[in-house]
Design a protein around this ligand. Structure first.
Ligand SMILES: C[S@@+](CC[C@H](N)C(=O)[O-])C[C@H]1O[C@@H](n2cnc3c(N)ncnc32)[C@H](O)[C@@H]1O
Length: 380
C-alpha cells in the first residue's frame, strides 16, 4: 500500500476539532501546525477524508516539505518531488501560493518557480516540449512559513472547499459556512438524544449540520471532489468509501431538532435546504419572533444560534434586545446549555451571565466569540 501524508486544513480555532474528527475516523500519527492537521494515510484515505470530514476546510496531499532560502532551493527541491506519479500526461495544473515571515516573500515569484519546476519534470518524464494541460485538474499550493516550504496538492477542489455540501442552493444573508456550523455543534455537548434548538436559524445551516450528525450522514456523500479525476485515486476507492458511508447511516433514531426565524422567507429556504440534505424528517421549522418566545421547549435542551451581528464594539439596540431575551428565557432554565456565536463584545452583559467558556473564532474574516453556557446534564 502506498503511504502518503495528508493534511486537513482548519479555520482558526478549529484545529483541535478537526484533529478529534481524524482520531474518530481511526487515523494515527496526527500533528497540528499552523492550521494544518497532518496525518498518515493511504491513497484511498483521500476519498474517506473528503467524504467524512465535517469541520475541515480542505484535504491536502503533502508532496514535500523543505527549507527554501533561495529560488534555486525552491526550484530544485520542487523538481525532485514525484510529480509524474500523480499528474497525468494531460494534467492541467495551476499553482497557488502564500508566504509568511520568509526570505522568499514574493508569492507570484514562488508560484512561477514551482510551476516551472513541475513543468520541467513532467515534460522530461512524458517526453514533451510542453504540457497540453487538457485533462484532470491539479491545484498545487506552495506555502512558505518561516522559510519552511510545504508543497501540496488540493484533493478537495480549488473552488469548492469541504463547506460545499451541495444542499444549500439558496441562503439568507450572512449564512454560516457549513463547516463552521458543524464545528459549533461539535463544540456543544449535543447528542442525538437531546433536543437542539436554533431560534434564529436563517438558512437552517446549524440545524441541518446537526441532523446530518444525528443521522450519521457523511457530509460529502453527494458531491464530487477535484481528486475524482486523478489516475492514482481509483474509482473503486470512491465507490467503496461511499458504500461504507451509506451503510453507516442511522435511519432509525428519533431526532428532535427545532429551528425558527422571524422571517418566513428564511424558513421556506431552510426547509428546502433540509429536504435537499435528506434530513427534513429530523427538523421542525417554524416562523417565530424570538420576542414572542416565553419558555423553553422541554428540559435539557441545547440552544445553538447565530444572532444578527451588531458591531463588535458599541451597542445596537435591536441586537441587545435579542441578547436580553435569550438570557431571560433560555438563560434562566438551568437544564439548558446555550451556545451563541456573535461578534458583539457586550453579549455576556446583555445575556445576563458570564459564559463558562468563550472561544475565539473567525467567521470568514470577522473576529467572533463562541459563548458557551453549560446547563445541567440529563440523567442517564
Ligand atoms: C446571522 S443570521 C443567521 C444565519 C444562519 N446561521 C445561517 O447559516 O443561515 C441571523 C438570523 O436571525 C434572524 N432574526 C433577526 N431578528 C430576529 C428575531 N427578532 N427573532 C427571530 N429571528 C430573528 C434573521 O432573520 C436571520 O435569519
Amino acid at each position: 500500500m502506498d503511504k502518503i501524508k495528508l493534511a486537513a486544513t482548519a479555520a482558526f480555532g478549529l484545529e483541535a476539532i478537526v484533529k478529534r474528527e481524524l482520531i474518530d475516523l481511526g487515523y494515527e500519527n496526527i500533528s497540528v501546525d499552523n492550521g494544518w492537521v497532518y496525518f498518515d494515510a493511504e491513497i484511498k484515505d483521500i476519498c474517506i477524508a473528503n467524504i467524512h470530514l465535517r469541520c475541515a476546510e480542505r484535504v491536502m496531499l503533502v508532496m514535500g516539505q523543505f527549507e527554501a532560502l533561495s529560488f534555486e532551493d525552491l526550484f530544485d527541491k520542487t523538481y525532485e518531488l514525484p510529480w509524474e506519479k500523480w499528474i497525468s500526461k494531460e494534467g492541467k495544473f495551476t499553482v497557488k501560493g502564500k508566504s509568511v515571515k520568509s526570505k522568499l516573500y514574493s508569492t507570484p515569484d514562488c508560484q512561477a518557480i514551482v510551476k516551472k519546476a513541475v513543468s520541467k519534470k513532467l515534460c522530461q518524464y512524458y517526453d514533451l516540449d510542453w504540457m497540453p494541460e487538457s485533462g484532470a485538474e491539479f491545484t498545487i499550493l506552495v506555502s512558505i512559513h518561516k522559510d519552511l516550504a510545504t508543497i501540496s496538492m488540493d484533493t478537495t477542489g480549488a473552488r469548492d472547499g469541504l463547506f460545499k455540501r451541495g444542499y444549500r442552493e439558496k441562503s439568507m444573508t450572512a449564512p454560516l459556512k457549513e463547516t463552521m456550523a458543524a464545528a459549533l455543534v461539535k463544540l456543544s455537548f449535543w447528542n442525538k438524544d437531546r433536543i437542539l434548538y436554533d431560534p434564529m436559524c436563517g438558512s437552517g445551516t446549524i440545524a441541518i449540520e446537526a441532523a446530518l450528525m444525528g443521522r450519521n450522514i457523511a457530509p460529502g456523500l453527494n458531491r464530487e471532489f477535484a481528486s475524482h479525476g486523478w489516475p492514482l485515486v481509483k474509482e473503486e476507492y470512491w465507490k467503496n468509501a461511499k458504500i461504507q458511508a451509506r451503510k453507516n447511516i442511522d435511519f432509525s433514531s428519533e431526532i428532535k431538532i427545532y429551528a425558527s426565524d422571524v422571517s418566513e422567507k428564511a424558513i421556506r429556504i431552510a426547509e428546502e435546504n433540509a429536504i435537499e440534505a435528506g434530513v427534513d424528517d429530523c427538523i421542525e421549522f417554524f416562523v417565530k419572533d424570538i420576542h414572542h418566545i416565553d419558555k423553553t421547549i422541554g428540559p435539557y435542551g441545547v440552544l445553538i444560534t447565530n444572532p444578527p451581528y451588531g458591531q463588535r464594539l458599541g451597542k445596537n439596540p435591536q441586537v441587545s434586545k435579542i441578547h436580553n431575551k435569550l438570557g431571560q428565557v433560555f438563560g434562566k432554565d438551568e437544564t439548558w446549555s446555550i451556545y451563541v456565536i456573535t461578534a458583539s463584545e457586550n453579549f455576556e452583559k446583555e445575556f445576563g451571565r458570564k459564559a463558562n467558556r468563550k472561544r475565539k473564532l473567525f467567521n470568514g474574516d470577522m473576529r467572533v466569540d463562541y459563548y458557551q453556557f453549560y446547563g445541567q446534564r440529563p440523567e442517564k
